[in-house]
Design a protein around this ligand. Sequence first.
Ligand SMILES: Cc1cc2nc3c(=O)[nH]c(=O)nc-3n(C[C@H](O)[C@H](O)[C@H](O)COP(=O)(O)OP(=O)(O)OC[C@H]3O[C@@H](n4cnc5c(N)ncnc54)[C@H](O)[C@@H]3O)c2cc1C
Length: 396
Amino acid sequence: MKEIETYDVVIIGGAIIGSAIAYFLSQLSQFNGRILVIEKDPSYATASTALSAASIRMQFSNRVNVLMSKFGGEFIQNFDQQYAADPDIADLSFIQNGYLFLAETSEQREILTRNAQTQRAAGAETELLTRAELSGKFAMLSLDDNCLGAWGPRGEGWFDNMGLLNGFRTLAKRAGVTYLQDEVIALSLAKNRVSTAHLASGAQVSGVDFVNAAGPRAGQIARMAGIDLPVEARKRTTFLFQAQTPPPSDMPLVVDHSGVYFRPEGQMWICAMHPVDDPEVDHDDFQPRYQEFDDIIWPKLAARSKQFEAIKLRRMWAGHYAYNTLDQNAIIGRHPTVANMILANGFSGHGLQQAPAVGRAVSELICFNQFRSLDLGDLSFERVVNCRPFFEYNIV
Ligand SMILES: Cc1cc2nc3c(=O)[nH]c(=O)nc-3n(C[C@H](O)[C@H](O)[C@H](O)COP(=O)(O)OP(=O)(O)OC[C@H]3O[C@@H](n4cnc5c(N)ncnc54)[C@H](O)[C@@H]3O)c2cc1C
């Protein structure tokens, strides 16, 4: 019989969330346990992390999300400074052109105004701009008379997603974290605790704490521990296109009130939308939905700027949101009954930017049994048990 390897912390899933947790835990001087990250595909070909739009904003509707992204933005900036001379760590090329949310109806304007108050109270610098101010600043946009824009001048924009992932992995490994290429296929429980993870290779590992960082497949891992997690895979197709002229250097990520968004990607642009029909999809279904571009996105782009009237579609890809069907917010913390199962799931499209805050919070939970820097109690699993949603309304 094979010997069972024992670790203090076993992290299932080694993309941005699993690796952020491994990194933060490995940097805590008060923690000296053994950490294992199990990742079934280190190429990350279908991980949400690799397929994301790699953007960060503080423009959320609830305070805790603003604070998490605020820390994310600061972390990314500091990371570049701290590791500038390290040949193994890439510069994250954080382009802080901001997000620009556009509103036209009075209801949309009210929501933007209310959200901006929440954001500013949490330390964001969101500015509300009238149509005249928007036209002066972003001349390429065609705007309706009623238009109001919410723009984040600092700490918002986009960055190198895989650079951050590789940075976390490299630094975690340097600090002694083990990465294992394998797949968790079953979990054994004893006395309401996960005792052993069974792997596709036939190996087994035991641990004191287990972390579910399996992204859109988090529901599968939870089920192995008898937990019903309201997280499912939802498809999002991203399109890369070329316009008549390259993007202006100060162009933000624009979120149209229709739900279509676009931003510069080097000399080109990427765009996507929140699908009207948004069913759960199979975990292996990565077929892009081309019709979204033709039927909805391109007409909206062309209406938003003359520059987009004639464009060339260059590439498209589909990725999966780990969609929390209860309230589109992350679920973070220990499970109330399977207490050594820690959840970091259901990010519903904003997990990349939250990864530093989640890594810090989960490492504190493991090491000190409490959140120390930022209380993420609002995001605990208890709200699922009690069916008390904690909604995030600003989902892109
Ligand atoms: C199109 C798109 C655009 C997005 N845009 C943004 C954005 O602009 N900003 C933002 O903040 N967020 C964005 N997101 C969301 C963000 O990408 C995710 O929230 C984040 O990457 C989640 O990271 P994760 O580590 O939880 O999941 P993933 O990146 O999916 O990683 C999960 C990992 O777990 C592994 N795994 C799964 N099951 C097992 C198993 N049984 N055994 C071992 N390993 C396993 C997988 O192989 C995978 O590598 C976007 C997502 C998509 C799809």
